[in-house]
Design a protein around this ligand. Structure first.
Ligand code: FE2
Length: 242
């Protein structure tokens, strides 16, 4: 299965309510690329974060089929709740856990250090996993890699930083961590530009990342076309935000 583990469905942190039509279009495009699952790692500090999560996973505005850990849209794509959370030093961490646990987190940017985030999620109970998002991107780095590796389960290989792929791979190998592929898409153009490829049988009905992270496999995938998608998306996003 192809899963994009880093997806935004709000165009910006200032968008208050989700655009259901635009989301459906994004899912249509994802389907044409045979993507079968998306982790909705919206910025938790976005003003529209709770509105988005409620619209998708509680109010079922996509008219999806609802399962305990995900919804299955009419495009046949599984959506998993998640968040991208900016910790105190500016690093962005992908948070994968239940919707309840996500909604309980402090939504303010910089509210947690990485150990504090881990403790907060542990105190909620249940399964969770953290991913280091675009960890070599300027101002998003984490100076202490030994500490980072104690708390994250995977290192993302990000579509927007493919010139540095070797750095991401070296970090994952040094600490025996899995890699994930994330597009960081805010538009339909970038969806799946980098994604993860998992075996369907590995996880059954449960969150695929539960099992993916039990080993240090490299799950990320990208193509020659990925950089072009990122650049085209940048241009398109600027026009819709203008
Ligand atoms: Fe992101």
């Amino acid at each position: 299965m192809k899963i994009d583990t880093h997806v935004h469905l709000l165009v910006s942190k200032k968008q208050t309510t989700p655009d259901i039509q635009a989301i459906n279009y994004m899912l249509d495009i994802a389907r044409t690329s045979q993507i079968s699952a998306l982790c909705i790692t919206e910025h938790i500090e976005s003003v529209g974060y709770d509105n988005l999560m409620h619209a998708l996973f509680i109010d079922n505005r996509l008219h999806a089929e609802i399962f305990p850990e995900y919804i299955l849209t009419r495009q046949g794509i599984k959506l998993y709740p998640g968040a991208e959370l900016q910790i105190a030093n500016g690093t962005n961490i992908g948070v994968h856990t239940s919707l309840d646990s996500l909604l309980q987190l402090n939504h303010n940017a910089g509210a947690y250090t990485l150990p504090e985030l881990y403790d907060a999620l542990s105190s909620h109970g249940g399964w969770f996993a953290l991913v280091a998002h675009h960890i070599f991107w300027p101002n998003k780095t984490y100076p202490d890699h030994d500490e980072l590796a104690r708390y994250v389960s995977a290192i993302e290989v990000p579509a927007k930083d493919l010139d540095n792929v070797e750095k991401y791979l070296a970090l994952s190998q040094k600490y025996g961590l899995a890699t994930t592929g994330g597009s960081d898409a805010h538009t339909y153009i970038q969806i799946g530009a980098c994604h993860s490829v998992l075996s369907e049988s590995e996880y059954g009905e449960q969150h695929p990342l539960r099992y993916a992270f039990h080993n240090n496999h490299q799950y990320h995938y990208f193509s020659d076309f990925s950089k072009r998608l990122v650049e085209m998306s940048k241009i398109y996003r600027a026009t819709i935000m203008a």
